[in-house]
Design a protein around this ligand. Structure first.
Ligand SMILES: [Zn+2]
Length: 107
């Protein structure tokens, strides 16, 4: 777990904070002393955020899942299934569109 603000590893668990239905782990960064909750976002993805973001955009621009998949393989040597790409699209399309204020978790 890295601090979402300064990327420091000096992060400690800081109790749980109730948010909607889900309970999220809250963290405190000892470096910048800011608090944040666990982000269901790019931090936990196996692939680079820019690769995911581009794949989502390409698919939303009308590129088929298999074309996006092929593009990922040709350009980035990233091998994912079409199912993975469609999951990214579902999970991140809203997130990417409204990502004006930095990192924000959306479910
Ligand atoms: Zn920090």
């Amino acid at each position: 777990m890295l601090c979402i603000f300064c990327k420091s590893k000096d992060v400690v668990r800081n109790g749980k904070r109730r948010r909607n239905v889900k309970t999220k782990q809250s963290y405190l960064c000892l470096n910048c002393e800011r608090q944040f909750v666990e982000v269901d976002g790019f931090e936990r993805m196996r692939h680079k955020p820019e690769i995911i973001a581009r794949a989502v955009h390409q698919h939303e621009d009308g590129m088929s899942l298999s074309k996006v998949q092929n593009h990922l393989w040709q350009h980035d040597k990233v091998k994912v299934t079409r199912w993975t790409i469609s999951q990214w699209t579902k999970k991140y399309s809203i997130f990417l569109k409204s990502n004006s204020s930095g990192i924000k978790a959306r479910n």
